[in-house]
Design a protein around this ligand. Structure first.
Ligand code: CAA
Length: 381
C-alpha cells in the first residue's frame, strides 16, 4: 500500500513499545487522570518528541507518513499517549521549525525535540474556538517587545509544556491580519497555568487554561511577521489534522483488534459469536471503514511531504472521516463485547471515550465540513 518496509519496521518497534510499556498502565493513568512524566521520558528516548524537526535543531526528523504511523500505534493502545505526541510535534514544534528564524530554531527546538520537554499550541479562547479569528488575547507593542494580556483554554500539554506557541491580536482591527504569533516559555513572568480540565477521554493528557497578565514577550520571540499569526496557525492545523486523523485511526484499530479476537473466542448459543452473521457483518463494516480512513490519512501525509500544493482539503477530509469512522468502530466494538465492552475489563470503553476528542479538537467535524465545502465549491465556476 502506502508504507515502505522501513516504515513497517518502525511501526513494529512502536507497537512493541506501546503493547509492552503503555498497555499495562493505560487504564490506571486514565482512571487517575495521571500524566506520566516517565512515559514522556520513554517516548523521548525513542525519538518520538522530535519527529517533525531536522537533526540540525536537535530533531529526529522522519517523513510525515512515518510520524503518522507512530501516532497511530501509540493511539491503538492509549489515546492520551497519541494526543500528547500529536499535539507536541504537529502543533508545538512544527510552527517554530517552519516559521522561526534560524536563531529561534536553535534557541527553542533542541529542548523540545530531544531534550525531553514538551510544547503546546495556544490558539483556542472561550470566544475563539471554531472562530479561531475571534482571538481576544492582546499583545500591546511596548519598548523591546509586547505586553500580553488574555487567556487560552483547552490547551493540550498546557501544564506540562516548557515552550508554548500562541496567538494574540497586535492591532484592534477586526480581521485575521491583526493576529500575530509568539513563543512563551512556561516560567515567564505574568504567564500562569490554570486548573487541569476533568475530561471524558484522553484523561492522562494534561489540558489547561493559560493566563497572560502583563506578560512581557521580547521582540525576539515574535514568530514570523507581525500579522501573519492566523495564517501560520491555519497552516499548522492542516498538518495537525492529519495527526488527529491518525489518533482516531489508531484508537479505532485498537478497539477493532480487541473486538475481532473476542468475537472469535467468545461463545453464545454453543458457537463463537463471530459465526453469527450479525457480528461478522459488523466486523466487515469496521474493517472496510478502517481501511478507507487509513487511505485518506496516508494520502494526505504523502501530499504534505510532496509539498507541491496545499493539502488543506485532504487533511480536513482525513480528519473528518477518520474521527467519524472511529466513533462508529469503537461503538460497534462495544456492541460486540456487550457488557464486557461496557466495563473496565477491556480497553474498549476507554478507547470509545478517548475517540470523542477527535471529532472536536483541531476543528470540530462541522468546521472540517466548512473547510471542505468552501474548497470544493471554489473549484466549480
Ligand atoms: N492555509 C493558509 N492560509 C489559510 C488557511 C490555510 N489552511 N486557512 C485560512 N487561511 C487564510 C485565508 O487564505 C485568509 O487569508 P487572506 O485574508 O489573506 O485572504 C485568512 O487565512 C482568513 O481565512 P478565512 O477567511 O477562511 O478565515 P475564517 O475566519 O473564515 O476562519 C475557519 C476559517 C476554517 C473557520 C478557521 O477559523 C478554523 O479552522 N477554525 C477552527 C479552529 C480550530 O481548528 N481550532 C482547534 C484548536 S487546536 C486544538 O484543538 C488542539 C488540541 O488540543 C486538540
Amino acid at each position: 500500500m502506502w508504507t515502505t518496509e522501513k516504515q513497517e519496521k518502525f511501526r513494529a518497534k512502536i507497537r512493541e513499545f506501546a503493547e509492552g510499556e503503555i498497555a499495562p498502565i493505560a487504564a490506571r493513568m486514565d482512571e487517575e487522570q495521571h500524566f506520566s512524566e516517565h512515559l514522556v521520558s520513554r517516548m523521548n528516548e525513542l525519538g518520538l518528541l522530535g519527529m517533525v524537526v531536522d537533526a540540525k535543531y536537535g530533531g529526529t526528523y522522519v517523513d510525515t507518513l512515518t510520524y503518522i504511523v507512530a501516532v497511530e500505534e501509540l493511539s491503538r493502545i492509549c489515546g492520551s499517549a497519541g494526543i500528547i505526541i500529536a499535539a507536541h510535534n504537529s502543533l508545538g514544534c512544527w510552527p517554530i521549525y517552519q516559521f522561526g528564524t534560524e536563531e529561534q530554531k536553535k534557541r527553542f527546538l533542541p529542548e523540545i525535540t530531544t531534550g525531553g520537554k514538551l510544547s503546546s499550541f495556544g490558539l483556542t479562547e472561550p470566544g475563539a474556538g471554531s472562530d479561531a479569528g475571534g482571538t481576544k488575547t492582546f499583545a500591546e507593542k511596548v519598548d523591546g517587545g509586547f505586553k500580553v494580556n488574555g487567556s487560552k483554554c483547552w490547551i493540550t500539554n498546557g501544564g506540562v509544556a516548557s515552550t508554548i506557541v500562541f496567538t494574540a491580536r497586535t492591532t484592534h482591527a477586526k480581521d485575521t491580519h491583526a493576529i500575530s504569533s509568539f513563543v512563551v516559555k512556561s516560567g515567564a513572568k505574568g504567564f500562569t497555568i490554570g486548573k487541569k480540565e476533568n475530561k471524558l477521554g484522553v484523561r492522562a493528557s494534561d489540558t489547561r487554561v493559560l493566563h497572560f497578565d502583563d506578560c512581557f514577550i521580547p521582540d525576539s520571540d515574535l514568530l514570523g511577521e507581525v500579522g501573519s499569526g492566523f495564517k501560520q496557525f491555519m497552516m499548522t492545523l492542516d498538518g495537525g489534522r492529519i495527526s488527529i486523523g491518525a489518533l482516531a485511526l489508531g484508537i479505532a484499530q485498537g478497539a477493532y483488534d480487541v473486538a475481532i479476537k473476542y468475537a472469535k473466542h467468545h461463545q453464545q448459543f454453543g458457537q463463537p459469536i463471530a459465526d453469527f452473521q450479525a457480528v461478522a457483518f459488523k466486523l466487515a463494516d469496521m474493517a472496510t471503514q478502517l481501511q478507507a480512513a487509513r487511505h485518506l490519512i496516508y494520502h494526505s501525509a504523502v501530499l504534505k511531504d510532496e509539498g507541491k500544493r496545499r493539502f488543506t482539503t485532504e487533511a480536513a477530509m482525513a480528519k473528518l472521516f477518520a474521527s467519524e469512522v472511529g466513533n462508529f468502530v469503537t461503538y460497534q466494538a462495544m456492541m460486540i463485547l456487550g457488557a464486557d465492552g461496557y466495563s473496565e475489563k477491556y480497553p474498549v470503553e476507554r478507547l470509545h471515550r478517548d475517540l470523542k476528542i477527535c471529532e472536536i479538537g483541531e476543528g470540530t467535524s462541522e468546521i472540517q465540513r466548512l473547510v471542505i465545502s468552501r474548497n470544493v465549491l471554489k473549484e466549480i465556476e
